[in-house]
Write a new protein. Structure first.
Length: 302
């Protein structure tokens, strides 16, 4: 038997106030099963109605295979203190590279073409390279945090952690793969702060090969560059630029992301937020520390 759902003539009872509500009423026919009646009611009623969100649904049996259903719509409740939301994108980033993963073909007007060892865009004086898309995972988290916890010291800690890379596993990524891009916050009344934390992830890689140089390891946010040298190509009987050395540079300091207060609590002795040799004096570096009286509140670390 086909299950049908029809809106009743006395539907759409409305209450207009700070907490406006609308009730839609239906008749469900063609089933004696409550679960089927409930599913049919939810499928027939809209998720949003008149700017209000569906909050609850109710069914009452009125005959052997008939039910009366009602759906209430109300204001969307704002997030409560302690709530969180998450977003991400994998759009990728752009990187300038001078070395190919592999040279798949080379052609010459006469004789063998010069072998540049994978160098891209080689000219007489330089290696020009090319811009490519590389995997970068951007994600953000919004947390609603008790106003008492967002102190001046905590905000200073966020400032000093901005532009650092995780020194320990974080959100499923290995150490060295996540860059903290910063945080933005706004206070909601007197109760709490809405703070959004922004991150980007780039994978660690190992066993890279550049020309004839092998066994190269690079963490996600380290910078790799290649020094080229003029070398004789005996087959092509010409000088070519080939990789002579590969350098992996640390360009971001490492930080302890436990200081963000949005993950598991660290050991009480692990209070340093940033682990880097900095030219700052002790006085200048002081705001980079957060009070080390760690405790858990609402699943977060403070």
């Amino acid at each position: 038997m086909t299950v049908t759902v029809h809106e009743k003539w006395d539907s759409r009872e409305t209450s207009i106030s700070e907490d406006s509500t609308v009730d839609l009423r239906y008749v469900i026919r063609g089933t004696d099963d409550d679960a089927t009646a409930n599913s049919a009611l939810l499928a027939a009623s809209p998720v949003l109605y008149g700017g209000l969100v569906r909050q609850s649904a109710h069914t009452e049996r009125i005959a052997e295979d008939a039910w009366e259903g009602s759906v209430r719509y109300g204001m969307l409740e704002p997030p409560e203190t302690g709530d969180s939301s998450f977003s991400f994108d994998t759009g990728g980033g752009t990187q300038h590279v001078t070395q190919a993963l592999a040279t798949v073909a080379a052609y010459s007007t006469s004789g063998p073409p010069p072998n540049f060892g994978g160098a891209i865009g080689v000219t007489k004086d330089s290696v020009e390279g090319v811009d490519i898309t590389v995997p970068v995972y951007n994600f953000s988290e919004t947390h609603y945090i008790d106003a008492l916890l967002v102190t001046g010291a905590y905000k200073a800690g966020l400032f000093y952690l901005t532009g650092t890379v995780n020194n320990a596993p974080f959100r499923g990524f290995n150490a060295g793969e996540v860059l903290f891009m910063g945080a933005s916050g706004s206070k909601r009344g007197q109760e709490d702060w809405e703070i959004t934390y922004r991150f980007a992830a780039s994978p660690n890689v190992s066993g890279l090969v550049v020309g004839s140089i092998t066994g190269i390891n690079k963490r996600g946010w380290e910078y790799l560059w290649v020094r080229y040298v003029d070398t004789e190509d005996t087959n092509a009987k010409t000088l070519v630029k080939r990789p002579q050395a590969v350098y992996v540079e640390q360009v971001y300091p490492y930080g302890n992301f436990a200081g963000l207060g949005i993950g598991a609590c660290p050991m009480k002795t692990a209070c340093d937020q940033i682990e880097t040799e900095s030219p700052r004096s002790d006085e200048e570096a002081a705001p980079a520390r957060v009070d080390c009286s760690w405790e858990t509140r609402g699943g977060r670390c403070w």
